[in-house]
Design a protein around this ligand. Structure first.
Ligand code: ZN
Length: 325
């Protein structure tokens, strides 16, 4: 679905953005049977745990710089055609190493795809390195050290993804200190599978400027006020939340309530083909469900640019373009 408003996305896992056709091509290339995780034109999973299994199977099909270049280019080209002007992708050294490629080669491959997409479509993209929570705090610290080395100029942020139900937030504080001390932007997944307390712990222990999801903050009025007062930005992924049954229907999604309470909200697609969505559809669903005007929708794009982990020169350039369109 296309939707003409200029868009900016802060929350997309690059391995979660593999179209099914591309996964099938990669599976043929490497002689892997991925039938167990594919159902026609969709990925097959039924809960968060089986979603992670399908995700890891698909991620493992990308093993060379060229594979990642192609993936980043294909993804960015697809959203640029739907009006995206800026994107941040979550990149996972753990998934790269599991697939048999070094983190450095992984970043170089992705960056080549980013450059190609920018040259052709003008879309700008930066990378946020994520640690995988359910692999444990040591692995997340390792990812933070890789991020802190900033071996590529497009690495501008650090975050944590994976299963929110795993481990205690405070166990990951050191990883986030390492990343913050290196000057990286900080975001963390919280308030998706676990409720408001998870968001509160993430804010208190990890001091992020953005929260991945964070939508279940709605369960705690004091926390909603705290997020609004501290101007902590939510990377809301509406269709992902419905697909994973965080909320039953879009009408029950708290996007508008959170926004009306003064929280800075943005719109992203998370792992689009896994949730049968794309960025344009996430924008369209929010606009239609809550009756937002085009100007309102553009504001969510501006929110994303203001909260982006990119230098001020690029922010100003994009914001100026948005104001003149
Ligand atoms: Zn995510």
């Amino acid at each position: 679905m296309t939707y003409s408003i200029p868009k900016a996305e802060l929350h997309c896992h690059i391995e979660g953005a593999v179209p099914v056709e591309l996964a099938q091509k990669q599976a043929a290339k490497y002689g892997v049977n991925i039938n167990p995780v594919i159902n026609g034109t969709h990925y097959k999973w039924h809960d968060f745990t089986s979603f992670i299994t399908a995700y890891d199977t698909v991620a493992n099909l990308f093993k060379s710089e060229e594979d990642y270049q192609h993936l980043a280019y294909e993804y960015l080209a697809s959203i640029a055609k739907d009006g995206a002007v800026y994107s941040e992708i979550f990149v996972s050294p753990d998934h790269a190493m599991e697939a048999g490629i070094s983190p450095q080669a992984y970043f170089v491959g992705l960056a080549a795809g980013i450059d190609k997409a920018e040259a052709e479509f003008g879309i700008i993209c930066r990378m946020i390195i994520v640690g995988v929570r359910h692999l444990g705090s040591e692995k997340v610290e390792e990812a933070a050290r890789i991020a802190a080395n900033r071996t590529h100029p497009y690495i501008t942020g650090f975050g944590m993804a994976g299963d929110e139900r795993s481990g205690q937030v405070k166990d990951f504080a050191r990883a986030f200190d390492i990343a913050r001390d290196a000057g990286l932007g900080i975001t963390v997944h919280a308030g998706e599978l676990v409720g408001a307390q998870s968001v509160k712990n993430a804010v208190d222990y990890l001091k992020p400027s953005r929260i991945g999801h964070g939508v279940r903050a709605i369960e705690d009025a004091d926390l909603v006020k705290q997020l609004a007062d501290a101007q902590i930005v939510l990377e809301v992924c509406p269709c992902s939340n419905i697909a994973l049954s965080v909320f039953e229907t879009m009408a029950q999604h708290p996007f508008k309530q959170l926004t009306d309470a003064g929280i800075i909200t943005t719109i992203s697609s998370d792992d689009p083909p896994f949730f049968a969505t794309d960025l344009a559809n996430d924008y369209a669903q929010i606009a239609q469900t809550f009756g937002y005007s085009d100007a309102d929708m553009k504001q969510f794009t501006k929110n994303a640019i203001n909260a982006a982990f990119v230098d001020n020169e690029i922010k100003t350039k994009i914001l100026t373009q948005l104001d003149t369109e």
